[in-house]
Design a binder for this molecule. Structure first.
Ligand SMILES: C[S@@+](CC[C@H](N)C(=O)[O-])C[C@H]1O[C@@H](n2cnc3c(N)ncnc32)[C@H](O)[C@@H]1O
Ligand code: SF4
Length: 324
């Protein structure tokens, strides 16, 4: 069995119906008695054409609901210690009829067995309010691909959602799935992005109160950005994972600085996002900076990280001189 840009092949024949592929679970290939984390394949490939992504190298196809249900039931009955299920799909909300059956199935499993269920979604699909309502469980961990709030960078990536649509859809997600654990997926180092554009993205992301997952752009073989990196002014590290080091609008120094800023901001996000009271204080404090600072939340997160860094230094010193 192998995968190429044009599809999945089994015995040299292209697989049209994913259910024809053998299930590693149902065929009994795994002993799940001590397994804590599993992935259930919902789909393969993607029909969108984001310029940095390799998942779209094969067309989008789904397993049937019946096959996925059998796998989930098999896992629940054979994996008593399972704590995490990753539902493997590029965008959970793309196939509405399947998601309408799958989300309740996963939710029942998650809530009855206290299992975290994670999956990806594309921000462009978040207008499907009925599906968002079905996702409102504190056991769901949903990573929403946003990537950037800089229109120039978004346009070049073929993302298909404008800044206005992204903001509106994230509001819908917050409104209709308030209990779900929501993570915004962002990319640092996109062509046409700038220092100000990236900080604007970070500032907006902090304003949502959601968690963040920030990836440095990698050049992956076969993707549009990798075919003509010079067209986008991209310089790339010599070794895997081939991180982009600079672009025509961001120098290596800029990228380095933005990485340091991101690390500090992430420190703050991890600390406050699980606690609504801390989150409220953070937003209120940042509002106090809003008149004097262009990026008040980023500024506050940096100030906080630097304060903690200094305190940690002092605590370490105190520990060094502790007489016991
Ligand atoms: C598997 S993708 C699926 C996300 C979803 N389909 C979407 O609309 O973005 C998950 C995340 O991986 C990151 N990612 C994908 N390709 C990347 C690349 N070449 N460099 C850096 N991050 C990448 C993006 O941040 C993306 O949100
Ligand atoms: S980033 Fe998401 S939507 Fe875009 S091609 Fe990759 S999987 Fe598809």
């Amino acid at each position: 069995m192998f995968q190429t840009r044009s599809g999945t092949f089994k015995d040299q024949v292209i697989v049209k119906n994913l259910d024809d592929l053998p299930s590693p679970y149902l065929s009994g290939a795994f002993d799940l008695s001590r397994t804590r984390s599993v992935e259930v394949a919902v789909a393969r490939g993607c029909n969108r054409s984001c310029s940095y992504c390799v998942i779209n190298e094969s067309p989008l196809r789904y397993f049937s609901f019946e096959r996925i249900k059998l796998e989930v039931e098999y896992i629940l009955s054979r994996a008593p210690r399972v704590k995490k299920i990753m539902a493997g799909v590029a965008d959970m909300y793309e196939n509405g009829p399947l998601a309408a059956k799958l989300l309740p199935l996963l939710r029942r499993a998650a809530e009855s067995r206290k299992i975290t269920v994670s999956f990806y979604a594309n921000v462009a699909s978040l207008h499907k309010v009925e599906l968002l309502k079905l996702s409102d469980s504190r056991w769901f961990r949903i990573e929403i691909g946003v990537q950037s709030m800089n229109p120039a960078a978004l346009g070049l990536c073929n993302r298909g959602a404008t800044v206005r649509v992204i903001a509106k859809h994230i509001d819908l997600m917050a409104q209709y799935a308030p209990k779900a654990h929501k993570i915004l997926g962002l990319i640092r180092g996109l062509p046409k992005d700038t220092t100000a554009g990236y900080l604007t993205t970070l500032e907006w992301a902090l304003s949502t109160g959601m968690q963040l997952s920030v990836n440095q752009l990698r050049l992956v073989q076969g993707t549009e950005f990798n075919i003509e990196p010079e067209k986008f002014g991209l310089t790339v590290g010599a070794d895997y994972p081939y991180f982009v080091l600079s672009t025509s609008s961001m120098s290596a120094n800029d990228m380095h600085r933005l990485r340091a800023i991101t690390d500090r901001v992430m420190f703050m996000v991890k600390l406050i996002s699980p606690h609504p009271a801390l989150q409220k204080h953070f937003q209120a404090l940042a509002a106090g900076f809003a008149r004097s600072k262009k990026f008040p939340r980023v500024t506050l997160a940096l100030a906080f990280a630097s304060l903690v860094g200094r305190m940690e230094g002092r605590l370490a010193q105190a520990w060094l001189y502790c007489p016991v």
